[in-house]
Design a protein around this ligand. Structure first.
Ligand code: V47
Ligand code: SF4
Length: 392
């Protein structure tokens, strides 16, 4: 498991391709790789080569530590004005009787159902309902904060925010300040998909564009908030589109330093308008994680979202650059279940998540949203943990 410097030197020197050897040497020397070198990695690097380098970087930054948090999700609605072709989850407003819409009281009911549980974060993300206003979400967040002030609110993708801000006729800067004042603390990474216009115009032509997505995250960063960034991969994009996406994120991160985590999201093809597009192989998934770790040299963390990848693939990613497995999630998240993930009931207790990380030879650390350590589970007795109701 542990990637030693001599092991990586050997990996690089035994590589037959000169361009890859050069990239390997740059990475070893902590030099940034170029756009073209990112593409070369996708075109030529074997899983072993990309993975070995990514694991070296991952261990240099985080050692054996693997982070997770204890969170729960609220999906206020799956009614959505947009028509992303990959989405299995949303229902148009005209078909809203097939979907769901939670009232503020129903959202508070979910929050209160966690009253005696040691969760640290609520993740709020959903469709873009034409009747839910910014004021509605401001009121809900104020109620959450009144009820449980220490609960970190990570909420609303740039897609939801862009729509809210436009309807409320406020700029991203003004809107973000209002939401921050109401209790919003960080942004999830959704809605990024693929930034390149050739792909964006085909898979999500009507929602926030690339500039809009980036400017909303920039506005949040400028207010001292942190955010994540995703990339929906493994459909009709090519290697250049992937690197273009990461390059835009790397550039903004150089400017603001506000991103915590990059989260590649594997396209799942059930029940959507892209069902004819085959899903990527596990080998391609792992190469993608590894190359992301190498390209995004200024992102502190790389996350595998286990409800979408499945538990075994998520364990495997821990050897390909990933240092974070998101959280303990109950079965309240529907977005991947509906898109065909293996995880039809995505719920893992803390004891199960700790055990999954330990089985992969890593050291589990419970973190808060901003990656402060809450508890080190390296030496914890798993048997005792699995019988303790606080961890189940
Ligand atoms: O933007 C939709 C993706 C995202 C499919 O920040 C799909 O911690 C695969 O934002 N196949 C929303 N993916 C989810 C999201 C998120 C998830 C986990 C963690 C965080 C975080 C954020 O879900 C969308 C889209 O890219 N998605 N449909 C699909 N068929
Ligand atoms: Fe709406 Fe998000 Fe689905 Fe697109 S991915 S249709 S924005 S819920």
């Amino acid at each position: 498991m542990t990637e030693t410097i001599s092991g990586v030197e050997q990996l690089i020197s035994s590589e037959k391709d000169a361009a890859l050897r050069k990239i390997g040497e740059k990475i070893l020397a902590e030099q940034r790789i170029s756009f073209q070198e990112g593409i070369t990695l996708f075109e030529k690097a074997s899983l072993g080569f990309a993975g070995g380098l990514a694991n070296y970087i991952r261990e240099k930054r985080h050692g054996n530590n693997t982070y997770f948090n204890r969170n729960f999700h609220i999906e206020p609605t799956n009614v959505c004005v947009f028509t992303c072709t990959f989405c299995s989850y949303s229902r148009l407003y005209k078909n809203r009787e097939e979907g769901w819409e939670l009232s503020a009281d129903q959202m508070m009911h979910i929050v209160k159902s966690y009253d005696n549980k040691p969760v640290t974060e609520v993740h709020i993300v959903g469709g873009v309902h034409p009747k839910l206003t910014m004021q509605f979400f401001i009121d809900v967040m104020k109620r959450i904060k009144e009820h449980r002030p220490e609960l970190h609110i990570k909420g609303y993708t740039a897609v939801e925010l862009d729509y809210m801000f436009r309807k409320a006729k406020v700029s991203p800067e003004e809107g973000m300040q209002l939401l921050k004042d109401a209790g919003l603390q960080s942004l999830p990474g959704g809605g990024a998909e693929i930034f390149h216009p050739d792909i964006r115009s085909q898979i999500c032509h009507d929602k926030v564009d690339t500039e809009g997505w980036l400017s909303i995250h920039k506005a949040a960063h400028n207010l001292g908030m942190h955010s994540n960034a995703t990339m929906l991969y493994g459909h009709i994009e090519n290697y250049m589109h992937r690197i273009d996406h990461m390059d835009k994120l790397r550039t903004l991160q150089d400017e603001t330093g506000g991103f915590n985590t990059f989260i590649p999201l594997k396209f799942r093809n059930k029940n959507n308008d892209m069902s004819e597009v085959p899903e990527s192989s596990v080998v391609e998934d792992m190469r993608l994680y590894a190359i992301s770790r190498l390209y995004l040299d200024n992102f502190p963390h790389l996350k595998a979202y286990w409800p979408m990848l499945g538990r075994q693939s998520a364990q495997l990613t821990l050897s390909f650059g990933v240092d974070d497995l998101d959280g303990t999630i109950d079965d309240t998240t529907k977005i991947y279940t509906m898109a065909g993930s293996e995880e039809q009931k995505p719920a893992l207790s803390t004891a199960e998540l700790v055990s999954l990380i330990r089985q992969a030879g890593r050291h589990p650390i419970e973190r808060d949203t901003l990656y402060h350590t809450i508890k080190d589970y390296g030496e914890e007795d798993l048997e005792a943990l699995s019988h303790n109701p606080q961890y189940n």
